[in-house]
Ligand binder design. Structure first.
Ligand SMILES: [Fe+2]
Length: 304
């Protein structure tokens, strides 16, 4: 039986916020009460601070509606919006690396992770259809916070092509091109062959694109490879490793670049290539991931 909470009749502007707080105060879920109380207080304070006009309110409602309408199985405009206002990175840093006190290897998931990437043996290719670009050899190590190698970690890898498109955005790429799932060996290592990713613009044909144009912001992300490391007993590590010579490293449209996540994508012009038939220049990346102890929870894939 729902109780009728008396909010009181609204007599003045100042009555609105406490009336809403009273109406929500009886929620049985304490966390919901805490979150919604703060959300309403801050939203009301925001409207008062900017003196929100009615046309602006209508525009905001239309913006939110179109975020939903633009989202489908292969595109997630809501995540893009959260990313573009730095909210994803803020939440990520709040929840990892001791709430910002220590450096963390965690970064935003982004809108392109797909579940069920093809299982690939260590050292294997994730290039699954012709993808011209500089060869890249990636070797990674996964350790716990004490530096002990972690064996049996499942690691999803996904990246854009050298023209800056994920396979789900590009009909010329095979399904699951530049995606793979690896398992770390007894030394906590996994490795794979790929091509050097390129930076790319986030999709700008929706409401978030309109916002970026209105703010004179470019839509580019610096090139990166995404990683998701999963092992029971450890907090799932979602991260990205950025290409260190990218021109947009310091102006990522979604604020994903932290110091710890700039990789050493080393260019090789001479010497013995790591595999037969490789022409210079090729690149190597060595990176070490640290997994914190915790609960292994997989995020919901943003696209199918
Ligand atoms: Fe990405």
């Amino acid at each position: 039986m729902l109780k009728r909470v008396s909010n009181g009749i609204i007599e003045r502007l100042e009555d609105v916020t406490p009336a809403v707080q009273r109406a929500m105060s009886d929620s049985g879920n304490a966390r919901l009460r805490t979150v919604m109380d703060a959300f309403v207080r801050h939203m009301h304070a925001f409207a008062r601070e900017v003196n929100l006009t009615e046309p602006e309110y209508d525009l905001a409602i239309d913006f939110l509606n179109r975020i939903g309408q633009t989202t489908n199985d292969s595109h997630n405009e809501a995540i893009l919006f959260a990313d573009a206002i730095g909210f994803s990175t803020l939440v990520c840093l709040l929840n990892n690396g001791n709430a910002g006190a220590t450096e963390t290897a965690a970064a935003l998931l982004g809108p392109f992770w797909r579940a069920n990437s093809p299982r690939t043996e260590n050292g294997g290719f994730i290039v699954r259809s012709p993808t011209p670009g500089a060869e890249l050899f990636v070797t990674c190590e996964v350790v716990d916070v004490r530096g002990k190698p972690l064996a049996g970690v499942d690691v999803d890898v996904w990246q854009s092509s050298p023209v800056g498109l994920y396979e789900n955005q590009d009909d010329t790429q095979a399904d699951m091109n530049l995606r793979g799932k690896f398992t770390t060996d007894a030394a906590g290592r996994f490795s794979f062959r790929s091509v050097k990713p390129a930076g790319y613009p986030v999709p700008t044909d929706g409401p978030v694109g309109e916002l970026l144009r209105a703010q004179n912001r470019h839509p580019y992300r610096p090139a990166h490879i995404h990683f998701l490391a999963f092992k029971p007993g450890h907090k799932t590590l979602v991260t990205q490793v950025f290409v260190d010579d990218d021109e947009h490293l310091e102006s990522d449209v979604v604020f994903g670049v932290t110091r710890a996540l700039v990789g050493d994508y080393r260019r090789h012009d001479h010497g013995e290539p790591p595999a037969a038939g490789i022409r210079a220049p090729w690149y190597t990346l060595n990176y070490r991931f640290v997994m914190e102890a915790g609960e292994a929870i997989l995020p919901k894939p943003p696209i199918k």
